[in-house]
Ligand binder design. Structure first.
Ligand code: 4NP
Length: 159
């Protein structure tokens, strides 16, 4: 089984959205027993909380359920996940600092690097302090990137 973890700062806006979208795409392609999907935050401010109501509202309107509860990414998680997808460059820097070896560092990628239409080093912008439009943009950005990520994983793992 291939294990994927999406990582943002708080684990209540961007990474739960990406997790919900990826789980939805994986189920739609009949791969739920081959690809496991999770999310976490680099910070622990919101541990145990459900996703932000604004993220849930956009996802619901697109037919995607966001069932996660916030958790903080820990060093041991590098053993559990084959792909660790950072939403922005700060998240990536924090993950690379935490990664104990080159093997773990190599599992860390910017999520949007899997979207062939995104420019190099593109980020998923943090919507937390902005208005509802930011959450719509995050959903669309995550959907495009998750489609590319799923294609990549299928190719890499012969799924
Ligand atoms: P996320 O958004 O990293 O996409 O979950 C944020 C959530 C909470 C905070 C910042 C960003 N915060 O500062 O509490």
């Amino acid at each position: 089984m291939v294990h994927v973890c999406f990582v943002c700062l708080g684990n209540i806006c961007r990474s739960p959205t990406a997790e919900g979208i990826m789980a939805h795409l994986v189920r739609a392609e009949g791969l739920a027993s081959a690809i496991g999907v999770a999310s976490a935050g680099t910070a622990g401010y919101h541990v145990g909380e459900p996703p932000d109501a604004r993220a849930q509202s956009v996802a619901r309107s697109r037919g995607v359920h966001l069932p996660s509860r916030a958790a903080q990414f820990s060093v041991g998680d590098f053993r559990r996940f084959d792909y660790v997808l950072a939403m922005d460059r700060d998240n990536r820097a924090d993950l690379l600092r935490l990664a104990p070896s080159a093997e773990e560092k190599a599992r860390v990628h910017l999520l949007r690097s899997f979207d062939p239409t995104a420019p190099p080093h593109a980020e998923v912008p943090d919507p937390y302090y902005g208005g509802p439009d930011g959450f719509v943009a995050v959903f669309d950005i995550c959907e495009a990137a998750c489609r590319g990520l799923l294609q990549h994983i299928r190719r890499e793992h012969g799924l």
